[in-house]
Write a protein that binds this ligand. Structure first.
Ligand code: FES
Ligand SMILES: [Fe+2]
Length: 394
């Protein structure tokens, strides 16, 4: 699995996180490895193995300067590519030997996130999912470190029925609102070019309803995409290691046709808590409920104890897809969503649903499915207000 996951670009930080660091450095644990992310005064980003090749000092303490980062102990300097270019006390003739180099990895800012690729060459393109390439919207990044394996969060996304029980019955018990969720009559899954479309048909719905007709795409291997004409959201699950996941909510709020969104210099970010002040799980939000069910399966759920059934058809399909793509990667091929075509990558399309009547008001009242308030809430409300009175408002 690790070889497959190393074939992808992943977000490793919000760009605002590295901007906020006076040191210009940020420790990053990603796919079980330790790195230092740094930002040179010129703005160039670098991602290196975290420890100096001299005597193992932590480069998070390093001096960042144009051209790279210098270790604080004896001043060895490394470029963003990992080349050791200076060892002040040694008598190198010209550049030091390559034996002092460290691992350097492609890293870039895109859409307010810092994305990194730590896999084999040739480096693929950083996928430009359509929601990320918009120019007229406001955005928000929420981050939660979740103490369990990333696949548990993905498998929750592949189980449509949890919406009825976890968010429906359990959610209404928490809110004590006696809400009775509609029963799932049918669930369906289709593999498409970029992942899996999951569909549900609830009691009283027909195949013309968006939840069946359009469905929700899961972008292989680690992203749930939920979108409509007002708000789009990517839930990106990044494996920190086998038992920890960094979960990003990437939310995009679009103005009504003809309106212009306020400018954001940097996409705001925030840390979304798992627990309240008493250390208890937060339970009142749908994504908090999703986290609880993934975390309480244990750090790595024991699949040998499962009894899968009809509600697990999506999970079974996703596991099969993972195995197929692992085999493709093992054979030296490009697995799904390793993108190399620059024209195609200008905007990778995913279909979106249409917000149904009255939804605008609900989004305005409660723009997020996760706890906490965005630092960009004023801009978000400005954008949402542009829908007031439009035909989509209903
Ligand atoms: S440990 Fe880094 S320069 Fe000596
Ligand atoms: Fe959910």
């Amino acid at each position: 699995m690790g070889d497959l996951m190393r074939r992808y670009w992943f977000p490793i930080a919000a760009y605002g996180e590295i901007l906020a660091r006076e040191s210009g450095t940020l420790p990053v644990r990603h796919l079980g490895e330790e790195f230092v992310l740094f930002r040179e005064p010129s703005g160039k980003l670098g991602l290196l193995g975290r420890f100096c090749t001299h005597r193992g000092m932590d480069l998070v303490r390093g001096f960042v300067e144009d051209g790279g980062i210098r270790c604080v102990i004896d001043g060895w300097k490394f470029t963003p590519e990992g080349r050791c270019v200076d060892r002040p006390m040694e008598n190198d003739e010209g550049l030091p030997s390559h034996e002092y180099d460290t691992n350097g990895h492609p890293v870039q800012e895109f859409g307010g996130l810092v994305w990194a690729y730590i896999g084999p060459e040739p480096v693929p393109l950083l996928p430009h999912w359509r929601p990320l390439v918009g120019t007229n919207d406001v955005r928000d990044i929420g981050i939660t470190d979740v103490p369990c394996n990333w696949l548990q969060l993905m498998e929750n996304s592949m189980d449509p029925v949890h919406v009825e029980w976890l968010h429906g019955y359990y959610g209404s018990q928490i809110k004590d609102d006696r809400f009775v969720p509609r029963r799932h009559e049918r669930i369906g899954f289709d593999v498409f070019k970029h992942g899996v479309i999951k569909r549900r048909l609830l009691e009283g719905q027909t195949e013309d309803d968006d939840e069946w007709k359009t469905g929700h795409p899961v972008l292989f291997p680690n992203t749930l995409y939920i979108g409509d004409q007002i708000k789009e959201g990517l839930q990106i699950r990044v494996p920190v290691d086998d038992t920890h996941t960094r979960h990003y909510w990437y939310s995009i709020f679009k103005p009504a046709p003809g309106a212009t969104a306020p400018k954001q210099d940097v996409v705001p970010y925030r840390y979304v808590p798992l627990h309240d002040e008493d250390g208890k799980f937060i339970t009142g939000y749908t994504t908090s409920q999703d986290f609880i069910c993934a975390i309480l399966q244990g750090p790595i759920a024991d699949r040998t104890l499962e009894n899968l059934g009809e509600s697990d058809r999506g999970i079974i399909m996703f596991r099969r897809l993972l195995k197929e793509q692992m085999a493709i990667a093992d054979d030296g091929g490009d697995p799904m969503n390793v993108i190399r075509d620059a024209i195609e990558n200008e905007s990778l399309d995913v279909s979106v649903e249409t917000v149904f009547w009255g939804e605008w008001d609900r989004i305005l009242r409660s723009p997020f499915s996760e706890p906490g308030e965005s630092p960009g809430i004023a801009e978000i409300r400005t954008v949402l207000e542009t829908w007031r009175g439009s035909s989509s408002e209903g």
